[in-house]
Design a protein around this ligand. Structure first.
Ligand code: NAD
Length: 319
């Protein structure tokens, strides 16, 4: 530890997950260095932290090297939704790959523990359900999602090789669909889509009959898992699936959003795209066993309520 307090770097700290992680880290007696280039993150997400005496913000692009003194690194920097990561796919791969090399280089120099925010997308278009960590996936290296999927896969490779070659204390979290306040309103994801459509009184669009299922993890539960994973012993590297295995149909989600927003929106059905998966659900057996009984605790009803309140407040402020 440098000085009296643990010093923690969060890359992508001004983003959705990163801002919650910074907030949570500050609740412990930790110094937090938030690094972000504001590609998809905003100052608004961390505005309430800027005056905190143990919080520091650095505008920096992790595709360039960074020289700071820290004890732990959470590497979250990377656009996460298809609309954002496909906007500049070359930059997405650079952020995943060069960013990982730079952060691993930093971890090696200062002997810091380092955690990678990987994704369920490393499984590509999976042929087994639910996916366990041992499943190597079914990813397409040349498709439009590859900048993200393959970028994240390569980052995992780098993390494991820095472990094998240089003995670094690494952790890989494969994060599944997470939602909550500070999500991007226009990121094209189902939760933010439905909530925004409901708040605007627009039709809620569902594809097919809405019987396809998804699982949604509330951000606080995910952040708790990241903290616990970082605190595991050096032998625990992951990859580890993190998410909420409870399934809901898309129709159930739409109905819940309409009910909670009190919206007059009607459900509008559109044809099902050919690549729409029937089911997406993490197998979190390994996380449960390894993270001291960790379990996602926030019911969808409660998480949605907080998310809707955030989006409602945000649209009122924008008026
Ligand atoms: N939210 C989810 O459901 C989910 C699921 C799986 C994986 N993840 C992973 O978790 C991480 C955080 O995701 P999020 O949902 O908070 O997304 P986000 O877009 O809100 O956050 C990403 C942050 O990284 C920053 N960033 C992007 N490129 C950067 C660069 N080159 N240098 C510095 N900062 C950069 C952005 O400005 C943003 O603040 C990502 O790595 C993502 O792949 C998220």
């Amino acid at each position: 530890m440098r000085g009296d307090r643990k010093r923690v770097l969060v890359t992508g700290g001004a983003g959705f997950l990163g801002s919650h992680l910074c907030e949570r880290l500050l609740e412990d007696d930790t110094e937090v260095l938030c690094v972000d280039n504001f590609y998809t993150g905003t100052r608004e997400n961390i505005e309430h932290l800027l005056r905190h005496p143990r919080f520091e913000l650095l505008r920096h692009d992790i595709t360039f090297p960074l020289y700071v003194e820290v004890d732990e690194i959470y590497n979250l920097a990377c656009p996460a939704s298809p609309v954002h990561y496909q906007f500049d796919p070359v930059q997405t791969t650079k952020t995943s790959v060069h960013g990982a090399i730079n952060m691993l280089g930093l971890a090696k120099r200062v002997k810091a523990r380092i955690l990678q925010a990987s994704t369920s997308e490393v499984y590509g278009d999976p042929q087994v359900h639910p996916q366990q960590e041992s499943y190597c996936g079914h990813a397409n290296p040349i498709g439009v999602r590859a900048c993200y999927d393959e970028g994240k896969r390569c980052a995992e490779t780098l993390f494991m090789d820095y472990r094998r070659q240089h003995g670094l204390a690494i952790k890989i979290a494969r994060i599944f669909n997470t939602y909550g306040p500070r999500m991007h309103p226009n990121d094209g994801r189902v939760v933010s889509n439905f909530v925004m459509q409901a708040l605007r009184g627009e039709p809620i669009t569902i594809y097919g009959d809405g019987s396809q299922t998804r699982s949604f993890c509330y951000v606080d539960d995910l952040v708790e898992a990241l903290l616990r994973l970082m605190a595991t012993d050096d032998a625990t590297t992951g990859p580890m699936n993190l998410g909420n295995p409870r399934e809901f149909t898309i129709l159930q989600l739409a109905e819940m959003v309409i009910e909670q927003t009190g919206s007059k929106s009607k459900i509008e059905r559109r044809p099902l795209p050919s690549d729409d998966p029937r089911q997406r659900r993490p197998d979190i057996g390994y996380a449960r066993k390894t993270l001291g009984g960790w379990e996602p605790l926030t019911p969808l009803e409660m998480g949605l309520r907080k998310t809707i309140a955030y989006f409602r407040d945000r649209s009122l402020r924008a008026v």
